[in-house]
Design a binder for this molecule. Structure first.
Ligand SMILES: C[S@@+](CC[C@H](N)C(=O)[O-])C[C@H]1O[C@@H](n2cnc3c(N)ncnc32)[C@H](O)[C@@H]1O
Length: 386
């Protein structure tokens, strides 16, 4: 099976990128600084390719072989609207620049992967972040383009994420055009190139716009599981027992009138309705905000006291609430049930909230990255043949 294309997994966490890429791809090397995540990774994939440690200590020469792709989900704290918005110059974004340094070291050895994928929160598309990222990729001889993919098209979770895909300039990018994987302009019907992305592109300096690639990715599958499909609603999971009624009442009291109205309407409808709720500070007051559109809000690592997702199940007069179990959180990220999760709930929840939705990686791989990796073989065979 060594004819499968190979990838390096930077900021690999618990391996959710690998879950989405395998079995078509094989992982040559993975790195993360977090020892708890490393344990989860090893429990599921073994420890052979995983290098635990700070990316600042990684040297290009230690990465094995020739990879067809480098994937990097670098830390988002400096980009996230929830954080201090320091952008690509912030201390956590330093990790991205270390990633670029390693690509340069690989380039010096003639081993820079011809495909690079960078995933992050949608705020990566702000001009002050997107421009330096594209600039760095262009300097490495790559042509970048981006897609904004919301996991809601695949899973009942609203999770918009930016994916910058960059392909080697020359035969590979030419093959991408020839095979209809890339085009000169955005597809007006594509859900992956919304106005926000078009504005981000327009704000790039001209020299970067000239290198830009509008990737073609087919529309999402027609069916996706509903929130209720992923939950254990008959009996509460062991790590997520139903709240005592007083706690549920407290959550209801924390709701703004418009949100309480949503609950009452669901009660009147009579059938079982599942709502997903977050506690948020609004004007100095803690509010319970519920959505009943069949989607959960974005799952995120609950650092610094940010709240975790709560389920509210409404059936006529009966209203129950509880947290999401670790397994349910995994399902919400598209992680298969066979994946081993850590025993500590907080470890599982944080690691999953940091990850990338597995079906999104799979969709991108099957419809763009794999065809590109295959186009690469064709392109290079043509390039070297007399
Ligand atoms: C957005 S998460 C990526 C999650 C991952 N894709 C997954 O599937 O679990 C960013 C990751 O970067 C790691 N990280 C942060 N700083 C790092 C550094 N200096 N060196 C290596 N990894 C780092 C974090 O531990 C975290 O797992």
């Amino acid at each position: 099976m060594n004819d499968r294309p190979a990838f390096y997994d930077f900021f690999a966490g618990i391996g959710m990128v690998r879950l989405g890429l395998e079995p078509e791809w094989r992982c040559l090397w993975a790195n993360d600084i977090d020892s708890r995540k490393a344990e989860i990774y090893a429990a599921n994939f073994g420890g052979d390719v995983f290098r635990l440690g700070d990316i600042a200590d990684v040297r290009g020469r230690e990465l094995p072989g020739h990879a067809d792709m480098a994937w990097a989900c670098f830390p988002c704290q400096d980009l996230s609207p929830a954080g201090p918005r320091l952008g690509m110059r912030g201390p956590r974004s330093r990790a991205f620049w270390e990633f670029i340094r390693i690509l340069k070291e690989l380039a010096a050895e003639g081993r820079r992967p011809p495909l690079v994928v960078i995933e992050n929160v949608a705020a990566l598309l702000r001009p002050e972040s997107l421009a330096p990222v594209c600039e760095a990729l262009v300097r490495l001889g790559l042509r970048p383009g981006a897609l904004l993919i919301d996991a809601r098209w695949f899973l009942p979770q609203s999770r918009p994420r930016a994916f910058v895909v960059a392909a080697e300039e020359g035969p590979l990018s030419a093959a991408a055009w020839a095979r209809g994987l890339a085009a000169d302009g955005p597809d007006p019907f594509s859900p992956w190139t919304p106005p926000r992305l078009l504005r981000a592109f327009e704000a790039l300096p001209r020299r970067l716009r000239e290198k830009w690639v509008w990737w073609r990715l087919p529309p999402p599958p027609e069916r996706r599981p509903s929130l209720a499909d992923l939950l254990e609603l008959e009996e509460a999971p062991e790590d997520a027992p139903w709240h005592p009624p007083e706690e549920t009442r407290r959550l209801l009291r924390m709701m703004a009138p418009s949100h309480r109205r949503r609950v009452r309407e669901a009660q009147r409808a009579g059938r079982r309705t599942v709502g997903a709720l977050y506690r948020r500070m609004r004007d100095g007051e803690q509010r319970a905000e519920i959505r009943m559109d069949g989607l959960a809000g974005c799952l995120r690592a609950s650092r610094g006291g940010s709240s975790r997702l709560i389920l509210m199940v409404i059936e006529g007069k009966q209203i129950r609430s509880r947290r999401l179990s670790a397994r349910e959180a995994a399902r919400l990220m598209g992680v298969p049930d066979g994946f081993r999760l850590p025993l500590r709930y907080a470890d599982a929840y944080s690691a999953l909230g940091d990850g990338v939705a597995v079906p999104v990686v799979r969709w991108l791989s099957r419809h763009l990255l794999l065809p590109l990796a295959r186009a690469k073989e064709v392109a290079y065979a043509r390039h070297v043949s007399p």
